[in-house]
Design a protein around this ligand. Structure first.
Ligand code: HEM
Length: 173
């Protein structure tokens, strides 16, 4: 198999696995761990458990954010062409209307992704000023998951650009 194709596949694989972990873990905490711990544990034990989990999870959060940025920017900025087909930075070959749509969706995705990075860091972090976010963890985990749904919807829409008509136009040209 072409080495460039393998690289693109590996980067996309890391990006998707990172997304699975970054969404799956908060989903589990919001709908299983947090309600169970709130009901079953006294406040002191609950806080002790939370501190122990966060000490481990915050390292993973920083690794996941780094992987998102590296693999995401690679797919967005570095054009890799295999057998004449542009596989990454695909927008560079789009016609103007599709390029506009791509950048608009990408902009929405980036704003939502940055908000997710902020919330994930605040929820797992120790910064005193952000303690209010940890105090209302159920609310902010729900916000994080809603933002993740927006990010995945934008990623999905990006994948299906350019639209069929624009592709036909490109072939005709
Ligand atoms: C700095 C942050 C990020 C950047 C720069 C970035 C960039 C990208 C790019 C350029 C693509 C390819 C779009 C295309 O097919 O043309 C992509 C795909 C994708 N991204 Fe991101 N992304 C970032 C963060 C995230 C986050 C936070 C999530 C989820 C929570 C996510 C989930 C996905 C998914 C599911 C795909 C679809 C992969 C596929 O269809 O093969 N990304 N991303």
């Amino acid at each position: 198999m072409d080495a460039k194709l393998l690289l693109v596949m590996a980067v996309r694989w890391v990006h998707i696995v990172t997304a699975m972990l970054a969404i799956g873990a908060p989903f589990f905490v919001r709908f299983a761990l947090l309600p169970a711990a709130t009901r079953e544990l006294d406040e002191a034990t609950h806080q002790k458990l939370r501190a122990a989990i966060n000490a481990r999870w915050r390292i993973i959060v920083y690794v996941l954010i780094t992987l998102f940025i590296l693999t995401g920017l690679f797919q967005f900025l570095v054009p890799v062409r295999v057998e004449g087909v542009l596989l990454t930075a695909r927008w560079k070959e789009f016609l103007a209307p599709d390029k506009r749509a791509y950048h608009m969706l990408f902009g929405i995705k980036m704003m939502a992704a940055l908000a997710i990075f902020f919330l994930a860091s605040a929820l797992a972090g120790r910064t005193q000023g952000l303690a209010v976010i940890r105090k209302k963890a159920a609310v902010f985990l729900s916000v994080l998951l809603a933002l993740a749904a927006i990010v995945v919807a934008c990623s999905n829409a990006l994948r299906y650009l350019p639209r069929g008509s624009a592709q036909v136009l490109q072939i005709d040209q």
